[in-house]
Write a protein of this length. Structure first.
Ligand SMILES: NC(=O)c1ccc[n+]([C@@H]2O[C@H](COP(=O)([O-])OP(=O)(O)OC[C@H]3O[C@@H](n4cnc5c(N)ncnc54)[C@H](O)[C@@H]3O)[C@@H](O)[C@H]2O)c1
Length: 276
């Protein structure tokens, strides 16, 4: 059933491994006997993830890395070369932040820049630094954590939607460039996942309350998303959409391209009025 067994016995590097989806992926990789370099801008949080893996009998290390800084991503790759017994063969570009609650024209330039620096440049740097290394491996993988926002364009999420659309486009480009090599590219596109994204992000006012209520009510666990992402990679899937609503939005947009924005606006207004 699985095209490869990459997530088992991998030599993995994960960004944003201190919390949420990144942490869940790191722990799941540990359970699958992979060696895991857990990196995060917050070294203490990365160290906590790594020590949980070690306490369960696995091998893991913590490395500080701000993905919005190319030199730090390069240093992360060099450090992984030092720590791992053989070259890295799985990279998960997961680190990301949530921004929302203001329309385009009202969102501050600081929030645009903050989001672009982490969600866009973080993925660009991760792919730029690691893709040439992965190419040299017989079997390797790269998971970019995108989002349903990559293609759903919900209102009041301009910077997030734009940077996640870019993460998907980068993944699709990379998949085409690496086809015929041993490298599998997977773009993970979840809807709501129960993590600390709202506490760590800049989602404004009522949108933040709404987001938290929706996340509590409908969010999938990060552990389940992590398992589905790694299984998807092992199956050779380019797109992993863990939830049914993500798959419905994907199809709806193709079915109704011209009315999509109006339908999205209507659904958004319905959800908002039912929950407030
Ligand atoms: N939670 C959701 O509903 C959801 C849905 C779709 C996609 N995602 C994506 O999942 C990814 C992980 O987010 P999460 O939900 O687990 O959030 P989270 O806030 O729980 O975890 C994000 C982690 O990234 C780290 N981080 C933040 N800025 C960083 C930087 N500059 N460099 C390195 N690390 C940094 C944080 O310290 C944190 O440990 C993000 O890319 C997010 O956009 C989340």
């Amino acid at each position: 059933m699985f095209a490869n067994t990459l997530s088992k016995n991998a030599r993995a590097v994960i960004t944003g491994a201190g919390s949420g989806i990144g942490k869940a992926m790191a722990l799941e990789l540990g359970r699958r006997q992979s060696l895991v370099v857990c990196s995060d801008i917050n070294l203490d949080a990365a160290e906590q993830t790594a020590s949980e893996i070690r306490r369960s009998g696995g091998q893991a290390w913590a490395v500080a890395c701000d993905v919005s800084d190319l030199a730090q991503v390069q240093a992360l790759a060099d450090k992984a070369d030092e720590l791992l017994p053989e070259p890295v063969n799985l990279v998960i570009n997961n680190a990301g932040v949530g921004v929302g609650g203001k329309a385009i024209g009202e969102t501050s330039m600081q929030d645009w820049e903050w989001t672009v620096n982490i969600n866009f440049w973080g993925v660009v740097y991760g792919c730029h630094v690691f893709a040439p290394r992965l190419r040299q491996q017989k079997q390797a993988g790269i998971i970019n954590v995108a989002s349903t926002a990559s293609f759903s364009a919900a209102p009041l999420m301009g910077p997030y939607n734009a940077t996640k659309a870019a993460a998907l486009a980068i993944s699709e480009t990379l998949a085409a460039e690496l086809s015929g090599t041993g490298v599998t590219v997977t773009a993970l596109c979840p809807t709501l996942v129960k993590t600390n994204i709202s506490a760590n992000g800049r989602i404004q006012g009522e949108s933040n309350e709404l987001f938290n209520r929706l996340m509590d009510r409908f969010g999938m666990s990060a552990e389940r998303v992590a398992r589905m992402a790694l299984d998807g990679l092992d199956r050779g899937q380019l797109y992993v959409m863990p939830q049914v609503d993500a798959r419905m939005i994907w199809r709806l947009k193709r079915l109704l391209p011209n009315t999509y924005a109006a339908v999205t606006g209507l659904i958004n207004r319905r959800i908002t009025s039912n929950l407030t």
